[in-house]
Design a binder for this molecule. Structure first.
Ligand SMILES: [Zn+2]
Ligand SMILES: [Zn+2]
Ligand SMILES: [Zn+2]
Length: 151
């Protein structure tokens, strides 16, 4: 069976890029940390464990390239740090995020849920939606549980 990394390799090839060992190490880190929202610096430190010679600039360029190819999405949760998030395969729109204001946890909603909203926007504003970013700020279930247990 074709693995995700093979498919990403094909994507790079069809855009006339090669999956160099350094790029491959970067993609591998992103796949291993699929649930996380890593900054360029975070990715760099993890890639360095696999490819000690790699520089931050190379990692940064690779991340920008992967963003252009829509393998990853760039997101900022309001702390001024760009984070790189793997796009779910086959997803036309970016997934949503739940950011906990108490503990800082970031959870993901993979289901779009916006189909009706998108219809209204497209019709009322005659606007063709290509993508969106939706971040909810609130209190996560873990913090809820903790509060309930303490009460
Ligand atoms: Zn995410
Ligand atoms: Zn959508
Ligand atoms: Zn929380």
């Amino acid at each position: 069976m074709e693995s995700r990394i093979d498919r990403i390799k094909k994507q790079l090839h069809s855009a006339s890029y090669k999956l160099t060992p350094q790029r491959e190490a970067t993609v591998a880190v992103l796949l291993e940390h699929e649930e996380d929202h890593l900054s360029a610096e975070d990715v760099f430190l993890l890639v360095k464990e696999k490819a000690p010679d790699i520089g931050l600039a190379t990692v940064y360029r690779t991340l920008e390239l992967l963003t252009e190819l829509k393998v990853v999405d760039k997101i900022n949760f309001g702390d001024g740090v760009s984070r790189y998030d793997l796009r779910q395969e086959g997803a036309t729109h970016f997934h949503h995020h739940l950011v906990c204001v108490e503990c800082g946890a970031v959870d993901e909603i993979q289901e779009d849920l916006l189909v009706d909203v998108e219809k209204v926007v497209e019709k009322r504003w005659n606007f063709k939606i290509k993508d969106h970013r939706l971040t909810f700020h609130g209190i996560c279930w873990r913090c809820h549980d903790k509060e309930n247990n303490e009460a």
